[in-house]
Every structure is written in C-alpha cells, then in structure tokens.
Design a protein around this ligand. Structure first.
Ligand code: MUC
Ligand code: MG
Length: 369
C-alpha cells in the first residue's frame, strides 16, 4: 500500500552558466519525489525542469504544490504494486502535469522493480544495451571557451558529440560561432545545434542551409513548437536531420509528427512525455514511422537521468545517442554512488529498481525550506 508521498526541492549550482535561448541557468532546482510503501519499500522519481517557467508550463513550485494537494491524496492507500492502475487513476482525473506524473510513475516503478529484485529497464520491456552514448552541451556563450571545454571532454574520453545552444543572437553570428567550433573540433566529432524554438521559418531556411554546408549533423527545434507545418517544410527541404523537442509532449504529438512527416528525429524525454510508459509509446511511434531516436534530458540530476537511461536502454534503434549528462552539469552529486560515465558512454545501472539512491545527507543540505 502507498503510505506517503514527499516532494523535495533541492537547489544545486551549475558548474558554469548554461545559456539557452530561453534562459541562462546558474542553478538547477531538482524536483525529487519519494513514495513510501507499507512493505517498507520506497521508490524515487524526478520532475526537474529548466528555468522555472521559461522552458515549460510546469515550474518546480507548481509541481510540488500539485503533487502535494491534488495527486498524492489520490494515491495514498492504493496498492503500491499495481502501478498501471495507480497511473490510470491519475491520468483520468488530472489534466496536464506531465512532469509531476512522470516523477510519480518513476517512483512507483522504481519501488515495484525493487520489490521484484530486477532493474527498472526489465519492467519496460528489457534492455538491449548496457551503455548509452552521451552528448555534452556547449553553452558558455563564448566560442573560445566552448572549444576549450570540448577539447577537455575529448581528452577525458567523456564526450565526442557536442550540442551547441543557439538562437539568442542574430543568425549570422550564431552560424559563425557554430562553424568556428566545428572547424576547430574536426570531422571525427559530431556537432549539433539546439535553437530552442528561436527562429522564424525564414531564419531557419538561412540558418540551416549554412549549418548543413558546414557539416553540422542535427538541428533541434529550429522553429516554435506549434509550427509543425514549418517543421514539415524544413524537413522536406533539407538533407540534414531535423529534430522535434519542445513540440513533443507525448504519444499524440508523436503521432501527429509521424502523420505529417514533420521531423526526422524525436528527442524523447520522459518528463515531457508524461512518464516512462508514454515515453516508450513515443519511441514506438517513431519506430513504426521510420523516425530516428535521441534520448533527451531536462538536465535532471541522477534520479531522473537513471530513469531515462533505463528506458533508453530498451530502444532497439538509438541513432543519435543521448544527452544524459545532467548530473555532470551540477556542482554537487546527490546520489550515494554516482552514475558512471566512461569511454563516451553512460553505463546503465544494473541494481534493482533505478539502481541508484539519493544521498540523504546531501539532500538535507541542498533542500529548499
Ligand atoms: C533542451 O532543449 O534540449 C537539454 C540539454 C541542454 O543543454 O538543454 C536541455 C534542453
Ligand atoms: Mg532541446
């Protein structure tokens, strides 16, 4: 039986300012959910987002308030091992709140997988890989600093895929910045951009043409999320891969993208999809429609990153790898044992449930009161 649900907000500074077209992050507010059960087992989930309300329509504060006041009371007293039944109840009566739903579903699945003594991936169909390629985002805002950072990552053998955050400067300036980095890093390194919806379709036509000619191999969310028709025209027009990110809020959006042939790649995010199970459905739509997959992040800490890794490990096709580097952007480790990054890959945890657990002393220090 589910006996208690607690939401913890923890403020963790980033290792450097992280500049997106929609926000500059200096700290990340981790939103962690702990579900306790009568059999003594507890599960953890995460609903971390980016930049308060700059990126999405749920903020750390709204997620906590809505779980405390509206979602937890629905679940207390329900059978903890019946995860699908619990989630069906929430999905029936709670509109929206995808991040909150994701954290709850993750915590329930973590607890159930621990109960059964299997890794979470095995409740999601089973893993087909034990390690995932991990991109790093260059977002210092300075070309020389970004090049130095990328060179350090290559030397450490931590990342050889780099995503550049652009869209806040004029298109020509952003293109010059990206192509200078691409030229410095060379052909063996994958350079991608994330425009975070900043371009008009006309900006996108000019920007993508220049980036494609310069050898950039993935263009993420160039236009506003609601402009699916523009995404479709750009996808048809260019050979370089285009990826939907902010436009993808779960299986129904995935279906619309597939029907409209409006993207080449999906950035699958467990929070944006509303949970691990709907995120798996997004991946199934992609597979059926011949759309490629990328494992996305909302820059979560170790709990959400591990949950995503369990799901992405079940994807048969993962052509563009993942960007599960969230914990590495933070100055503090919140897990008892950190996730392992080596040889350009994140190792998918192998223990029961998420295979990771929070460091309660650390959380006590970082916790917002
Ligand atoms: C996004 O839009 O993809 C993921 C990596 C990163 O640097 O920002 C996030 C959000
Ligand atoms: Mg993105």
């Amino acid at each position: 039986m589910i006996t208690n649900i607690e939401v913890i907000l923890a403020e963790v500074p980033t290792i450097r300012p992280h500049r997106l077209s929609v926000a500059t992050m200096h700290t990340q507010t981790l939103v962690l959910v702990r579900v306790r059960c009568a059999d003594g087992i507890e599960g953890w989930g995460e609903a971390t987002t980016i930049g308060g309300l700059n990126y999405g329509e749920e903020s750390p504060d709204s997620i906590k308030a809505n779980i405390d006041a509206h979602i937890a009371p629905l679940l207390i007293g329900m059978e903890a091992s019946q995860v699908a039944k619990a989630m069906a109840k929430i999905r029936k009566v709670i509109q929206g709140n995808r991040f909150a739903k994701c954290a709850i579903e993750t915590a329930l699945l973590d607890a159930q997988a621990r109960r059964l003594g299997v890794p979470l991936s095995e409740l999601l169909g089973g893993r087909v890989r034990d390690a995932l390629p991990v991109a790093w985002t260059l977002a210092s805002g300075d070309t020389a600093k970004d090049i130095a950072e990328a060179e350090k990552m290559l030397e450490l053998r931590r990342h050889n895929i780099f995503k550049l955050k652009i869209g806040s400067r004029p298109v020509a300036d952003d293109v010059a910045h990206v192509l200078a980095i691409k030229k410095a890093l060379g052909d063996s390194v994958s350079v991608r951009v994330d425009v975070n919806q900043a371009w008009s379709e006309l900006d996108a036509v000019r920007g993508i043409a220049a980036l494609e000619a310069g050898g950039v191999d993935l263009i993420e969310q160039p236009v506003r999320a609601e402009h699916m028709a523009a995404m479709a025209r750009l996808t048809q027009r260019f050979a370089v891969a285009l990826m939907a990110d902010e436009a993808l809020h779960g299986p129904l959006d995935a279906l619309a993208f597939a029907r409209n042939e409006a993207t080449d790649v999906f950035a699958v995010k467990i929070t944006q999809s509303g949970g691990l199970v709907p995120a798996a459905q997004v991946a199934t739509v992609a597979q059926l429609a011949g759309i490629s997959l990328y494992g996305g992040t909302m820059l979560e800490g170790g709990i959400g990153t591990a949950a995503s890794a369990h799901l992405f490990s079940t994807f048969g096709e993962l052509a563009f790898g993942t960007e599960l580097f969230g914990p590495l952007l933070l100055t503090e480790e919140v897990l008892r044992t950190p996730l392992v990054y080596k040889d350009f890959m994140l190792q998918v945890p192998t223990g029961p449930g998420l295979g990771v657990a929070p460091d309660m002393d650390k959380l006590r220090d970082l916790r917002r009161h």
